[in-house]
Design a protein around this ligand. Structure first.
Ligand code: PLP
Length: 388
């Protein structure tokens, strides 16, 4: 019995996982350094919201911190609290701002709220009146119409002599709506608007650009840039060759390889009818894991507009998804591979170095961001880090 338990304990869950992710932390930090170079004189933050775009905020946050990042953006207080232990000296901005009842967590973890509405501002002033000095950031809307004080509110606030002396913004920021489209006139318009805001807050750092905006050039960099997707290897700018290194590899295990005769059908709704004798690899990842059903080879509305369904990569080749993707399982057509090239237990790359996450996303009708952040909770994860 004891021997048996020992064997069980030796097992590496990564080696047998149905779905597994490999996160290359060296590629991640290289990408961050690349964005820092492209940001010129501006300081470069790291955006680590949504569990660092699905890569794991603890490991990714720590690696970025070790690589020199000292400004971080998270979406929620909880993310900020988690990050704090891995980035002890960093400034951590919380994009969703502050709510009554969360002050303590901000103070105890030294988190900086990003104030982005009149209500939040009023609450923040009340907090300052009670507790004294504490930094904050101000988010100003320059046309996105998501979060942010209006330009008028922000500029009036800058000149407001009656505001409490303890009100101490350390950053004014805004966000581009069309940074990924370098031909859009919206970028210039937002730039001009943000310049007015930045001028009203002279002496306080300003920040406009996420990944895409960094590629728009130095006019857009101001004092601090906020790259997210690019450091995770994703595509930031439409139609531009992606210069970043892939960071995440997602692989699913083949549970079974089966032979099927021409004329038979595959998966729900018989969405695929085989026109030749085929070999199918059934892998252990499905839409419940974030491998989206919209990538099915047929039987989903998207195939009427984007003909090509998803593809995997195994034994040195791309193989198409066959039929509908199901909750826990996806079927790949491996007929074109040599006999015995794949077996149960082998892994099919869902995205990574051979199939870029943005290409997978396109066949699902979405963007790399959604693919990365959607990869579910059922995977095992492994981190790679080259020793310097
Ligand atoms: C998510 C986000 C970023 C990072 O955007 P990427 O496109 O991933 O680089 C920067 N700033 C704000 C306000 C964000 O919400």
């Amino acid at each position: 019995m004891t021997d048996f338990v020992d064997i069980l304990e030796d097992e590496d869950p990564f080696e047998t996982a149905g779905l597994r992710l490999t996160v290359d932390l060296t590629a991640l930090t290289d990408n961050w350094k690349d964005m820092a170079r492209r940001s010129g004189k501006a300081r470069t933050a790291a955006v680590v919201k949504a569990d660092a775009y699905g890569t794991g905020i603890e490991d990714a946050g720590q690696a970025l911190y070790m690589a020199g990042a000292r400004d971080f953006f998270v979406a929620t207080v909880a993310e900020g609290v988690t990050l704090r232990s891995y980035a002890p000296e960093a400034r951590i901005f919380v994009l969703s701002g502050i709510w009554p009842g969360t002050e303590r967590r901000f103070f105890e973890n030294d988190l900086v709220p990003v104030i982005s509405s009149e209500e939040q501002l009023a609450f923040w002033m009340a907090v300052l009146a009670e507790y004294g000095d504490y930094p904050c950031a101000l988010h100003v809307d320059t046309g996105f119409n998501r979060l942010g004080l209006s330009m008028d509110e922000a500029i009036a606030l800058a000149d407001d002599v009656s505001r409490p002396a303890s009100f101490a913004p350390v950053l004014v920021m805004s966000h581009l709506a069309c940074g990924d489209d370098h031909s859009s006139a919206m970028n210039k318009q937002q730039l001009e608007s943000f310049r007015q805001v930045s001028a009203a807050y002279e002496g306080i750092d300003s920040s406009l650009s996420a990944s895409a905006g960094i590629f728009l050039g130095s006019d857009y960099h101001f004092d601090l840039t906020r790259p997210g997707i690019a450091i995770y290897g994703g595509e930031a700018v439409n139609g531009m060759k992606n210069p970043m290194r892939p960071v995440v590899t997602a692989e699913a295990r083949i549970i079974q390889v089966r032979t099927v005769k021409a004329g038979e059908s595959v998966s729900y709704g018989r969405a695929l009818r085989l026109t030749r004798d085929s070999r199918l690899a059934i892998v252990s990842a499905g839409y419940a894991d974030g491998y989206m059903r919209s990538q099915s080879s047929g039987g989903v509305p998207l195939r009427q507009t984007i003909p090509q369904g998803g593809q995997g990569f195994v034994a040195g080749r791309k193989v198409p998804v066959a039929g509908r993707i199901t909750m826990d399982l996806t079927i790949f057509d491996v007929t074109d591979l040599p006999d015995n090239a794949v077996r149960a237990g082998d892994y099919v790359e869902l995205f990574g170095k051979n199939i870029l996450v943005d290409d997978v996303a396109r066949s699902a009708g979405t963007i790399g961001y959604e693919m990365l952040t959607g990869i579910g909770l059922r995977h095992e994860r492994r981190y790679l880090l080259e020793e310097e």
